[in-house]
Design a protein around this ligand. Structure first.
Ligand SMILES: [Zn+2]
Length: 64
């Protein structure tokens, strides 16, 4: 039995911004004030496993 993905069942009010490839949310248990997560919509084991298109969309939208 696999564990459900916690990021697929977030309340929409937790999401600050999103695009086709990913979304941004405030950490529910922040390690520092304002700690924010950028999450891909692709289920991969590492950021290095994202497709180049998805990685590009995420970086272009959320890095500025
Ligand atoms: Zn998910």
């Amino acid at each position: 039995m696999s564990v459900p993905c916690p990021f697929c069942y977030l309340p929409s009010d937790r999401i600050i911004d999103s695009n086709d490839a990913g979304f941004v949310l405030r950490d529910a248990f922040p390690v520092s004030p304002g700690h924010t997560l950028i999450v891909s919509k692709q289920h991969v084991g590492s950021v290095f496993d994202l497709t180049a298109v998805a990685a590009g969309e995420i970086l272009e939208t959320f890095s500025g």
